[in-house]
Design a protein around this ligand. Sequence first.
Ligand code: CP
Ligand code: NVA
Length: 313
Amino acid sequence: MQSVVIVLKRDIISVLDMKDDFEKILENALNMKSGPKKGQKKDPLKGKMLGMVFEKPSLRTRVSFEVGMAQLGGQSMYIGPDEVGIGKRETVSDVANVLSRYVDVIMYRAFSNKIMRELAEYAQVPVINGLDDLEHPCQCAADMLTILEKKKKFKGLQLAYIGDGNNVCNSLLLGSALLGMNMRAVTPKDYRPNADIVSKAEEIANGTGCKIELMSNPFQGTEGADIIYTDTWIYMGQEAEKSAREKIFLPYQVNEKLAEKANKDWIFMHCLPAHRGYEMSAEIIDGPHSVVFDQAENRMHAQKALLMAALSK
Ligand code: CP
Ligand code: NVA
């Protein structure tokens, strides 16, 4: 077993890694989105290199990180699934140590949160989670930025997440709890979000004065909602379960009927990629309540703030 070198660095593996400055990160993202300010440093990440390691496909995460890094004056490098072979071609710790000699920050999209944490443990540079089987913190930061832009607040709002209690749902539970927004995870009983994350979110929500609820009735779940959020029923790596899952989740499709009792100005959110006719109808995602492309754009603005947070001394 190799020894771990203790270095002070800012990993963002979970939404909990933003617990002390989540609102500040969102404020910085909004500031950067609104354009350069007088006196602001140009190219703050000049000379910095981001290494992006992907074990799964991506459109948003890859492009938004790459463009965001370029806008901050830095550079990035895509390292695809067949190139590194983490844990197969060489050990996770060797990959972490070697990458740390070349790049200043690592973005990693992984199959497993366990390997994500192992990479972060051995890397001497910050590691940002670009999705694993437990969380999707960058998505959550972009989602919260979008809600802040559209609704101007978090407290008092009701977010209804409908569908599979997956990585996106887990991160939204933690994010909502931290920001004091009520959230319902509305899923079939056997597809609830991670139990440890639910307990943690409930504990945080007690302090921030909001309510975290688990429900199974989608009509009850969307009643009085300000935000209805859904995600794919079959996530990357689960393709073999496709037909079984489609049957189980069909009653959870977000369509006009399901959204009837939402609040008047409700917004529809989805992390994308989306599957029209499955987790939501085309009328919903392409309709007037949908904010999915603003949400996708915000991946870049939120991640610029995350890169700045990870790389600022
Ligand atoms: N939402 C999201 O993470 O999209 P990609 O899988 O395309 O990166
Ligand atoms: N829950 C989905 C999100 C894709 C961005 C997945 O893990 O595949």
